[in-house]
Design a protein around this ligand. Structure first.
Ligand SMILES: [Zn+2]
Length: 493
């Protein structure tokens, strides 16, 4: 490109430390990015890009890092209005009955809109530009509207696709497993969830209509709740519909020892081995969690190229995951596609993939007694490239390269955590993380500029969310109680 023929583009990002996350993991220490019509048209050394392109708008990164937006692969986007309400001493078996089911039987569409908007604000501020919803927003249309209003990319599905809602840990009743028997009981019914397989099938895939528009910010995928709540017939039909539509099939699998054991009883073998045998395990399937896998299941997952959305904080919060029980770090080193997720409020509580990536890398080192078992670049790659694949968008996002959508995060060096900049990747990953996120671009559009939202009135939305949360909790008949202080009091007595 000759200087005399410079091409006009919508936006130029100049003087950036560009971490491309492309196949060669290229870094341009003095880099620039040209963006036009929502897509990256060129990336390279600043001088070369500046000579070839002129921007209608120009953004000076002043030497700060720019990287692809993070991809959140397992998120219940509507729990936010009761974040922090579950006390630390609440038994896991009681969480659904005492909080979640009450929430789902009370929440209205406008409250779900606010909750998803709140989640989106938080994700953008933390450098996440795309999320896949875990299949639990009762009004997917409200979720889509909230994502579009805030300006985040979203991959949504239908809520509570199941045909054996009481299936969770059901197998344990028959086998009399004592440790998990408390979980095998009849849970309250969710009024708006499907009651029969026919109803589930009628709902499944309703969000796929969004995929007809190649420019759509919100797209659809196939979601099934999982954890033993779907029959094999329903699971295989979901797989068939995902294949046909060319989208990801996303479900919870093997989260706790109880649901894993229930599935093992139901299938008569390790759950993933059975799913492999019936043709379910595949490259377009993404399991949320997969915390409890046998050696043979790890081999099967690797062989089929199935993705996992690892949610370290959410699993560790309830004592199930991290790298003590999970095989995620080992699978990643063996070549599996391990992406990251935050799960939900009251599970990991903040929607910040830097925290998940950080916990993943550190717990893996702890579990394996090896400082180099996972390094910063592994966490970075899980949050970008692996995430893009796990949501079925490798062709569009996850790297800064020509042709990809311009979903970018621009940091600022005006943070003590990034100074001195001895090594930018380590400075970002171990020190600054989301604190230095400054400007966020999604689909070529600036959503957050110098720490301020340009799409929505953030302050007004936050106030509305706080108000809506109080009203919702009151209707649920619940209020947040402080943790019991018995132990503390005993110690100080
Ligand atoms: Zn989940």
């Amino acid at each position: 490109m000759k200087a005399t023929q410079s091409l006009s583009v919508d936006l130029l990002i100049r003087h950036a430390y560009v971490i491309t996350m492309d196949d060669e993991s290229r870094i341009f220490e003095h880099g620039a990015i040209a963006i036009d019509k929502g897509r990256i048209v060129a990336v390279g050394d600043d001088a070369a890009i500046a000579a070839g392109y002129s921007g209608k708008r120009s953004l000076d990164a002043e030497g700060a890092p720019v990287h692809p937006g993070f991809v959140e692969c397992h998120l219940h986007a509507s729990f936010q209005l009761f974040r922090g309400a579950l006390p630390d001493h609440l038994a896991e078996a009681d969480a659904f009955d005492s909080f979640e089911s009450v929430f789902y039987n009370t929440v209205n569409d406008e409250e779900e809109y606010l909750a998803v908007a709140l989640s989106a604000l938080e994700m953008i501020r933390n450098g996440t530009t795309c999320f896949m919803e875990a299949g639990t927003v009762l009004a997917p249309g409200a979720a889509a509207r909230a994502a579009q209003d805030v300006g985040i990319r979203a991959v949504i599905g239908d809520a509570f696709i199941w045909d054996r809602p009481q299936g969770f840990a059901q197998g344990l009743v028959e086998t009399g497993c004592a440790t998990c028997a408390t979980q095998a009981r009849i849970h309250p019914e969710l009024k708006r969830a499907p009651k029969t397989r026919a109803e589930a099938l009628a709902m499944m895939g309703r969000e796929l209509h969004r995929n007809g528009d190649p420019e759509a910010l919100v797209t659809g995928h196939i979601a099934v709740l999982g954890l033993g709540t779907a029959s094999e017939e329903l699971m295989m039909e979901a797989k068939h519909r995902a294949d046909k539509a060319g989208v990801v099939l996303n479900l919870h699998q093997s989260y706790s020892p109880a649901d894993t054991e229930a599935d093992r009883q139901r299938f008569g073998t390790d759950p993933l081995l059975h799913l492999d045998r019936i043709g379910f395990l595949d490259r377009n399937v993404t399991f949320g969690h997969a915390n409890h896998l046998s050696d043979a299941e790890c081999d099967a997952l690797l062989g089929r190229g199935t993705s996992i959305a690892w949610a370290p904080a959410a699993s560790m919060m309830w004592g199930h995951g991290g790298s003590i029980h999970g095989r995620h770090a080992e699978l990643w080193r063996r070549g599996a596609n391990v992406a990251l997720g935050s799960d939900s409020a009251n599970w990991s509580n903040d929607f910040d993939l830097w925290r998940q990536a950080s916990l993943g890398v550190l717990t893996a080192r702890e579990a394996h007694g090896d400082r180099s078992y996972l390094v910063a670049e592994d966490g970075f790659r899980m949050a970008t490239r692996a995430g893009a694949r796990a949501v079925g968008m490798s062709d569009r996002i996850g790297a800064i390269e020509p042709g990809k959508r311009a979903d970018l995060v621009v940091h600022t060096l005006d943070r003590p955590e990034l100074i001195p900049t001895t090594d930018m990747i380590r400075a970002l990953f171990y020190s600054a993380r989301s604190k230095s996120v400054h400007t966020v671009i999604v689909n070529g559009r600036i959503v957050l500029e110098e720490g301020r939202f340009v799409t929505v009135d953030e302050r007004r939305l936050l106030k509305e969310c706080n108000k809506a949360s109080a009203a919702l909790l009151a209707r649920m008949g619940l209020k947040a109680e402080p943790n019991r202080l018995a132990r503390l009091q005993r110690k100080t007595a």
